[in-house]
Write a protein that binds this ligand. Structure first.
Ligand SMILES: Nc1ncnc2c1ncn2[C@@H]1O[C@H](COP(=O)(O)OP(=O)(O)OP(=O)(O)O)[C@@H](O)[C@H]1O
Ligand SMILES: [Mg+2]
Length: 274
């Protein structure tokens, strides 16, 4: 199954958040969307998932056009997601947080026409998922009582529990420490499958570079560059978008030197845009 964005734009009043974006995502690969703060990454995720309407262009999943579908219909067609800010049900247990993903009806039964799963089948799937994500020991713990790192893993598990063919992950490593981020990268890499596309939005470059088959770079709502990690790493336009032009860097460096002479400035402050 393939997901395609065709000439998609998104305006918020006079702000053009996404401009004429065309991208195709096929099952079997891990894709990363990167770019400086405000580049439009979450807007892309929100448009695909049905949280934001599309101003112009088309988003297609197989033969279906998603543009005007509400979130729950998009989910039923096989798109699951995580949010940049955690959206767990804090007052429900870890297990219950997974089980609700099957209501009102998951893509598994909706699209395939299979009969709805019974309670025990649902629980079997959820327990297997908890096992897979290393959360079995906290199945009956309230999600709000988990430490942050495990909440992020639960959020991830929720996106995979229904086995949706398209999974959107918006900053799964945000707020995690170095070790947790490395573990998260390994976990996501291990979830790559021939019948699934993983679309990752992430600022952690080690993670992006190590697990992506293709990286799409956004800058001010436009596609700056798209290709393998190696191609993106060495692309001059990408380096400028993240670090500024050589002239801008020189100016910043001079400013920093001036301020250091005046009595102190954190090293590198203000150079990287995220
Ligand atoms: N609901 C909204 N209403 C108005 N403007 C919005 C809305 N959502 C996003 N924007 C604007 O659209 C632009 C793109 O925002 P978006 O959240 O997609 O960026 P991002 O690349 O995800 O950034 P970050 O790395 O900080 O998460 C920004 O200028 C943002 O202020
Ligand atoms: Mg974002």
């Amino acid at each position: 199954m393939a997901l395609a964005l065709e000439n998609v734009s998104k305006h918020f009043g006079s702000l053009v958040a996404i401009k004429n974006l065309s991208l195709t995502f096929d099952v079997g690969s891990v894709y990363s969307i990167i770019g400086p703060n405000g580049a439009g990454k979450s807007t892309v995720v929100n448009m695909i998932a049905g949280s934001y309407s599309v101003t112009s262009g088309a988003i297609r999943l197989g033969a279906s056009v998603l543009n005007r579908l509400p979130k729950h219909r998009v989910a039923q067609l096989g798109i699951a997601r995580t949010y940049q800010n955690l959206r767990l049900f804090d007052g429900m247990t870890v297990l219950e947080n997974l089980e609700v993903c099957f209501f009102p009806q998951s893509w598994l039964t909706y699209l395939t026409g299979a009969r709805r799963l019974g309670k025990s089948e649902r629980l079997d799937i959820c327990h297997a998922c908890l096992e897979r994500f290393g959360l079995s020991d906290v199945a009956d713990t309230l999600a709000g009582d988990l430490p942050y790192g495990r909440q992020k893993i639960l959020e991830l598990a929720r996106a995979f529990v229904t086995e949706a063919p398209i999974v959107l992950l918006d900053e799964p490593a945000a707020g995690l420490n170095h070790t947790e981020t490395k573990d998260m990268a390994a976990l996501i890499a291990s979830l790559k499958r021939a019948d699934r596309a993983i679309i990752l939005v992430e600022h952690d470059m080690d993670m992006v570079m190590s697990i992506s088959d293709r990286i799409d770079v956004l800058n001010y709502g436009e596609l700056l560059c798209s290709g393998t990690p190696e191609l993106v790493r060495t692309n001059e336009k990408v380096q400028e978008a993240y670090l500024g032009t050589t002239e801008e860097l020189d100016t910043i460096r001079k400013l920093a030197q001036g301020r250091r002479a005046q009595g102190g400035l954190r090293s590198n402050a203000g150079i990287v845009r995220h």
